[in-house]
Ligand binder design. Structure first.
Ligand SMILES: [Zn+2]
Length: 137
């Protein structure tokens, strides 16, 4: 039963994982690396690092999660942010295809109420509350 449940979570999160795989696998062609940690695939360095740098404030993003894919700058940045990103993986397993719209709308809602787009987003608050660093993305 547990393995069926895990399989269902992987399928439910897959629309997001697919986006992550496209970015991660492309990054591999440009010098990136990949490894599996639990249910997640971590991609880093090379083209993955380049991709993160294209995002707003990208140089400060240690890692970002898309379904069961975690895109990181480096081996070390993934180490630092692993607990935090694991909470995001669980959020994707809960929200599935609704995760990105829910995350985006939460940021807009928080911003309209005078909060900070990123730090006050409830998905980030949950991740910070449950990791042991309280700092990464
Ligand atoms: Zn985060």
């Amino acid at each position: 039963m547990k393995s069926f449940l895990n399989f269902a979570k992987v399928v439910w999160a897959f629309p997001n994982t697919f986006i992550g795989l496209v970015i991660g696998l492309t990054g591999l062609l440009f010098g990136g690396h990949v490894r599996r940690v639990g249910r997640a695939l971590e991609f880093y360095e090379g083209g993955i690092k380049w991709f993160l740098h294209q995002l707003p404030n990208g140089h400060f993003i240690l890692a970002m999660t898309l379904g069961h894919v975690v895109l990181g700058q480096t081996d070390a940045s993934l180490e630092i942010s692993r607990e935090h990103e694991a909470v995001h993986v669980e959020q994707y397993e809960r929200w599935g295809p609704f995760m990105l719209p829910a995350y985006f709308l939460s940021s807009v809602y928080v911003w309209l109420r005078g909060g900070r787009l990123y730090r006050d987003n409830p998905f980030e608050r949950e991740a910070r509350a449950r990791d042991h660093h309280g700092e990464s993305n």
